[in-house]
Design a protein around this ligand. Sequence first.
Ligand code: ADP
Length: 268
Amino acid sequence: NPGATLSLRLIPYSENLWLLVARDVSRLLQLEQMRRDFVANVSHELRTPLTVIHGYLDMLDPEEQPDWAPMLAEMQRQSQRMTQLVEDLLTLSRLESQDHLQAEEHVSMASMLHTLRREAAALSQGRHQIDIDDSAHVDLLGSGKELHSAFSNLVSNAVRYTPAGGRIEIAWRPDGQGGVALQVTDSGYGIPASHLPRITERFYRVSTSRSRESGGTGLGLAIVKHVLQLHEARLEISSEVGQGSTFSCHFGAGRVRPHDLPAPIDPP
Ligand code: ADP
């Protein structure tokens, strides 16, 4: 089969004999590509009708038909969820179709932390204590858009899986080996150890009902995993049930650049 993609494996056979097993995985790769294309196409096709439904729902005035108000509110909530799901599926398809970053830039982490704090505060609506620790004072070389989508998924999870009164910390720290880590720590529900190995798979959830209630799409950590892969970075998760979780994104020294932008100033 000329042009085939082979997967090679060396297996110990006896004391001084090894077996080399070659498997033609071309068909598997082709099927995987078909799956990705299908998901991307369906998501793309769903976008327009959803925008129309969403737009018309926004125009309906619940005061004209007070009996319909709860139904309208639920329809709006569900159409918003569907829109977010389609957007996340498109993001994931885009990330899966790249094996390296298309463009790299200096990403100011001071601005990133500022944006993340604003997003966390908007989601939390005063129900949590939100702290920022910026002790790295360096920037990252990478894609600002993709990094933001990964970090904001971690921050939104921290808010959604932490009961009111809890604490969330977003920290940007040197790792002592020339690299840096972005850490999102919460004092929330935590994740049982048995779930951790599969937690970044798409649609994998610890508690489906809690995730649905909290407005999740089940794709957040899959997006985080792919963005980090594209930046040769590693995700570490430590968690204790009832105590909280820490999600750390570790970037190697090759991605670290001197900080060259002034820190953003909070509006008065
Ligand atoms: P979802 O949209 O369901 O939140 P994610 O991929 O972002 O999807 O997360 C997968 C699952 O991991 C969630 O359903 C939840 O069970 C668990 N999880 C993620 N982040 C946290 C967190 N900070 N604390 C507790 N559980 C979490």
